[in-house]
Design a protein. Sequence first.
Lengths: 79, 149
Amino acid sequence: MPPSKQPGPLTNQIRRMRFEHGEMTQQDLADRIGVTRQTIIALESGKYTPSLLLAFKLARAFGVGIEVLFQYAEESKPE
Amino acid sequence: MSTVPKHSWSSAMAPAQRQAWFNLVIISLALGTVLVLTPALGFRRAQGGLGLVGLLGLAPVLFRKRAGKVFMDERDVLIQSRAWAVAYALFWVVFIAVCVSAPFTFGAGGAVPVEWIQSSVWYGFILVWGTSSVATLAQYWWGASHAAE
């Protein structure tokens, strides 16, 4: 599954991770890390960039490192 | 997809979204009442319809935190703080515009009717709460929020 479509340089694998972890629902994940389901939806659709604390909570919920869940794409600099 | 459960209209929205809709309904009801009553009762007496704004006080009861449910997370807090910033910024713009333009309306030595000053408190309240609610809903619709900028 491709990473979530995101407008910014930060992409995430939350949706893919949910399906790899027993098809976890958005509500299950939200309850696990203490956010609303709407925030999970916003994260997956790339409409929200989480705080570092929330990013760590998400990574821990899936038992992976933060760099596995989030990828930062370097912006190309004009020469 | 089978893993995505069906959600009701209310659960599809964050608590802050529901509260923003509630605020807008109450404000619309109050302003609508004033508009309907004005032809029959006159401007001054129709302002009594603004008392319906007091129903906003029910929001903390209707939208209180439920046991075992997340009421507000970091994104909600961010959206709320931005919504209030927008609301107060607009309030000051309107307040300054009204004060500066008053001499052109009433004349440099004119008098502002006292009932207008009294009503301005209500309308200022409506402006701030209404703008905050609209700004809250707009941010939930369009997203594009970042925890740290």
